[in-house]
Design a protein around this ligand. Structure first.
Ligand SMILES: Nc1ncnc2c1ncn2[C@@H]1O[C@H](COP(=O)(O)OP(=O)(O)OP(=O)(O)O)[C@@H](O)[C@H]1O
Length: 298
């Protein structure tokens, strides 16, 4: 069997009597960005710990480009950015990264890398005087340093301002473009919706979804929202024809199932000049997450 950059097969993890990961399989290919979602306690961190080799599996298998978690090769190929990244406060950013590069036995362009993550001006200041966002950027520089096959990012943007979040995702995109397999555990649904290729959802240790947003949307069959704006006084006529809800003086909102969407659009077109505009909103990740993470869905 060919291994992907990251292969997780039928992993089970018991803690005492509780099963915290139950038959979880997941692969991440080189260059792919996969979001790992789930409620608090769903098992995301435990899964990351098993990939890092920090916690033993009860059964199943994890492979990092063919290497066993925790082995010297797997450690070399894997980079991890924890949610609350911590460094030695007395060192400067440049010193800390130089130290990591030496430990890794690599000669890297440290100032270039720090510049890349937006720490060019701060590289000679002590980390103790960095903000949370700056420490997170330094953590990402450390991830980039190793040119990892597999990058594991745990809530990488928590506590960051919107611009820093965008910067961080731009760097994550670069990491993937260079061929890293990126797994991002997150609760920030709007962000991962726009910035990942695939979504995996854990519920109580069981993987309940694993696909692209489009495919999950189709599988879930959640409705698309049509908002139809009327010209003049035609809102009543539109509401009557479409069977929708008046949401203000001039607009009507209609929910339509995926297989009714085209028929409903034809209905709108048939109303001609009575319609001034139409907006279509497909289900968002937030809707899909609510659907897949709730009880009873397998
Ligand atoms: N060291 C531990 N000892 C015992 N149980 C643990 C330990 N760490 C985690 N658990 C349990 O394992 C389950 C999964 O926890 P985990 O931390 O993996 O969830 P998570 O999805 O990362 O949650 P969060 O979003 O809150 O970080 C929970 O029921 C948790 O109580």
């Amino acid at each position: 069997m060919t291994d992907n950059a990251l292969t997780i097969e039928n992993v089970r993890k018991d803690r005492g009597k509780a099963t915290v990961l139950d038959d979880v399989s997941l692969t991440v290919n080189p260059g792919e960005r996969v979001a790992l979602l789930g409620h608090n306690g769903a098992g995301k961190s435990t899964l990351i710990k098993t990939i890092l080799g920090l916690t033993p599996l009860t059964s199943g298998r994890v492979s990092i480009d063919g290497a066993r978690p925790g082995s010297a090769r797997a450690r070399r190929l894997t980079a991890y950015l924890p949610e609350a990244v911590s460094f030695h406060p007395a060192l400067t950013g440049r010193e800390q990264l130089t130290l990591f590069a030496r430990l890794d036995g690599q000669g890297a362009d440290i100032p270039g890398l720090l510049d890349r993550v937006g720490l060019g001006d701060a590289m000679d200041r002590r980390i103790g005087a960095y903000s949370k966002g700056m420490r997170q950027r330094l953590g990402l520089a450390q991830v980039l340093l190793g040119q990892p096959k597999v990058a594991l990012l745990d809530e990488p943007t928590s506590g960051l301002d919107p611009i820093s979040r965008q910067d961080l995702y731009a760097i994550i995109d670069e990491l993937a473009a260079q061929g890293s397999a990126v797994l991002i555990a997150s609760h920030a649904l709007t962000e991962v919706e726009a910035r990942t290729d695939r979504i995996a959802i854990l519920r109580k240790g069981v993987k309940v979804a694993d696909d692209t947003l489009e495919a999950l949307s189709t599988q879930a069959g959640l409705p698309t929202k049509l908002r139809i704006r009327a010209t003049g006084t035609h809102a009543d006529q539109i509401a009557e024809t479409m069977g929708g809800t008046r949401i203000n003086g001039a607009s009507v909102e209609v929910l339509c199932a995926p297989d009714q969407k085209m028929a409903r659009l034809r209905d709108v077109a048939a109303m001609g000049d009575a319609v001034a505009d139409i907006e279509m909103t497909p289900p968002r990740l937030e809707d899909l997450y609510r659907y897949y993470a709730k009880e009873g869905i397998q």
